[in-house]
Design a protein around this ligand. Structure first.
Ligand SMILES: [Zn+2]
Length: 297
């Protein structure tokens, strides 16, 4: 199995041989494919692996955000916004009279994945999942998060429902129509994500490079509410409402209770009931009104 896999990878990379561009089974392969894989994966800059590793082998990362902290504070940002990777641009803006935090990101992860093309420096081999046919493609997202949130439940529409602190989009606990989310889960990479057919890499469930069975901040949903890991800041298991959140203290609001979401275990969703338990990021319903997004689908 491993040998076959390695051979397929080697053929895909062409190993820099000039003749491989003429391979009738790989007519689209350019002669110099493979040489670019020698470079460093620049997406991992400013990250450091911790000793916490998920069962799938993904190390939890810490991120050095010192290079963009002053600029963010000058924008009036504080708390968990300062935890976003410097690969994500953040600014304060006003849309239709409403204050927003605007995030711009390219959606690529800050770790290696077997979903990068095999010629990409950030490609890695991984045998723990079934690779779907798609590869990661850099995107251009501009997402507005309301600063003052509303409290009205409404169904999530579209694909991107939030943004993780490393700039990777968060999707709901559902698959595209006709697909089963628990079957899709078998295609998640080492760190728990996969790309759809236009190369949009995304999380449906616990993002292991950001949080694994802890209380860490993960990202912000499009309705402006933050999402944390499985636990509350005091280490306890939160009791959640029907949309997967609750009002309570967080590491970013240790004195004043605030509404926030949590990663939580679900055994059935609107698009799948047969799977094993998954630690999903959403219930498919927003607590508040989502802000706008350019580049989301
Ligand atoms: Zn909580």
């Amino acid at each position: 199995m491993n040998r076959t896999w390695n051979r397929i990878v080697a053929v895909g990379m062409c190993l820099g041989l000039a003749a491989c561009g003429a391979d009738p089974e790989n007519p689209g392969t350019s002669p110099d494919a493979g040489t670019s894989n020698a470079g460093a994966c620049t997406l991992t800059a400013n990250t450091a692996e911790t000793s916490t590793v998920s069962p799938s082998g993904c190390p939890l990362l810490t991120r050095d955000t010192s290079a963009c902290e002053a600029e963010r504070k000058a924008q009036g940002l504080s708390g968990y916004w300062l935890q976003f990777s410097c690969r994500v641009s953040l600014s304060s803006t006003t849309t239709n009279g409403l204050k927003m935090v605007r995030a711009q990101a390219d959606g690529q992860p800050d770790y290696k994945s077997f979903y990068f093309s095999t010629t990409n420096a950030c490609y890695e081999t991984y045998s723990g999942a079934i690779r779907n046919p798609n590869s990661i493609v850099a995107q251009r997202y501009t997402i507005d998060f309301p600063v003052v949130q509303s409290m009205l439940s409404q169904a999530m529409r579209g694909a991107i429902v939030g943004l993780a602190l490393n700039g990777v989009p968060i999707f709901g606990n559902f698959a595209a129509p006709g697909d089963d989310i628990f079957t899709e889960a078998k295609t998640f990479d080492r760190c728990g994500a996969h790309p759809q057919n236009t190369g949009v890499y995304h999380y449906h469930s616990e993002p292991y490079a950001l949080s694994y069975d802890d209380a860490r901040f993960i990202g912000v949903m499009r309705d402006g509410y933050p999402i944390y890991g499985r636990k509350d800041a005091d280490g306890s298991a939160p009791v959640l409402d029907s949309v997967g959140g609750h009002t309570g203290l967080t590491a970013d609001s240790p004195e004043t209770p605030v509404y926030h979401y949590h990663v939580h275990e679900q055994t059935s969703t609107s698009s799948g009931t047969l799977g094993q338990k998954q630690w999903f990021l959403t219930t498919g319903t927003y607590r508040g009104e989502p802000g706008g997004c350019v580049g989301c689908n």
